[in-house]
Design a protein around this ligand. Structure first.
Ligand code: UGY
Ligand code: MN
Length: 303
């Protein structure tokens, strides 16, 4: 009969770790352990705001990061986020992930609002898009109407529209802003919505599911796409185009090709794509990928 020690040396060892209310299970075999898996169902976008800071086997490697910064693209991963007070906001920490110093014409940042915090206004002529990743915020708009924004809800605020985002408890937003590209006789309007209310759109030649969060009409100089891929699905078009992108991976994992580099990516990662950078994505893992994507549209590149 096999002794207990021989059994444990050759076969699976089940480690149960009770941690902050979750049960984590690791499987170990001959010294190699799989990463713990969390058995409880987590809220939507939980991974995006509670990312794996680095793969478990690299956690203790000093100086290791998956972040990359190149002239035509950047991958900014959560272990390199640096938060600081956001100018004009109260009790809010921000991490700018994409800014014009990289070459973009927009900013994308995370805003971590604390108890009883309040947003500031964007600079003159700058439009703002906010998407709630965690918690609940109240938008008070230019006509003093109040709108409750929960996870997966978003708001578009036209340039120079007075508003504030208030939070009575902790909340995390991803914010995108750009200087509005005015078109004669056109103006944008405030938009409030949530991803799940948006219809699925046709994607000829592609398999991913697409929702657009803003109207496609001429006044809007950018749109926000929500793209879903089942594991194993990938972009058919190996895209190269004049538009720029800011991407936040909300769920799942896969491989992103940017230029000649191929990056393993997961929820919580941010990507900046300059115009004409070759781009391609394949979803891997066991759950769907969802990403949020900024794309400039509706303007003549010559002007
Ligand atoms: O619409 C797009 O340009 C989008 N399909 N790009 C991307 O996912 N990298
Ligand atoms: Mn694209």
């Amino acid at each position: 009969m096999q002794s207990f020690s021989a059994f444990s040396a050759q076969f699976l060892f089940l480690a149960l770790i009770f941690q902050t209310g979750f049960v984590r299970i690791s499987f170990c075999q001959e010294g190699f352990c799989s990463a713990p898996s969390i058995l409880e169902e987590q809220p939507l976008y939980w991974k995006a705001t509670n990312p794996t800071l680095s793969p478990s086997h690299l956690k203790d490697l000093p100086g290791f990061t998956r972040s990359v910064y190149k002239s035509d693209h950047a991958l900014i991963t959560p272990e390199s986020h640096v938060f600081g007070p956001l100018p004009e906001w109260s009790d809010t920490l921000g991490a700018y992930l994409i800014t014009p110093s990289m070459g973009s014409h927009f900013v994308m940042y995370l805003a971590k609002m604390q108890e009883n915090s309040k947003s500031g206004l964007p600079p003159k002529d700058v439009e703002r898009f906010v998407f709630v990743l965690h918690g609940v915020v109240t938008l008070i708009d230019a006509s003093s109407a109040k709108h409750k924004l929960e996870v997966d809800s978003y708001a578009y605020l036209p340039p120079n529209s007075r508003h504030s985002l208030d939070s009575s408890a902790s909340a995390t937003l991803v914010v995108l802003e750009r200087r509005y590209d005015y078109l004669e006789k056109h103006a944008t309007e405030q938009i409030i919505g949530s991803t799940s209310e948006q219809p699925l759109l046709e994607t000829p030649g592609e398999v991913f599911e697409l929702r657009k969060l803003l109207p496609t009409s001429l006044p809007y100089d950018f749109n926000i796409h929500i793209m879903d891929f089942q594991p194993g699905e990938f972009l058919n078009v190996k895209e190269v185009h004049y538009n720029q992108h800011g991407l936040l991976l909300l769920e799942g994992q896969g491989i992103y090709r940017l230029g000649d580099s191929w990056y393993p990516v997961e929820a919580g990662d941010t990507i900046w794509m300059a115009p004409f950078v070759p781009q391609w994505y394949a979803a891997l893992g066991k759950s769907k990928t969802r990403y949020l994507l900024y794309k400039d549209v509706n303007r003549n590149p010559l002007i």
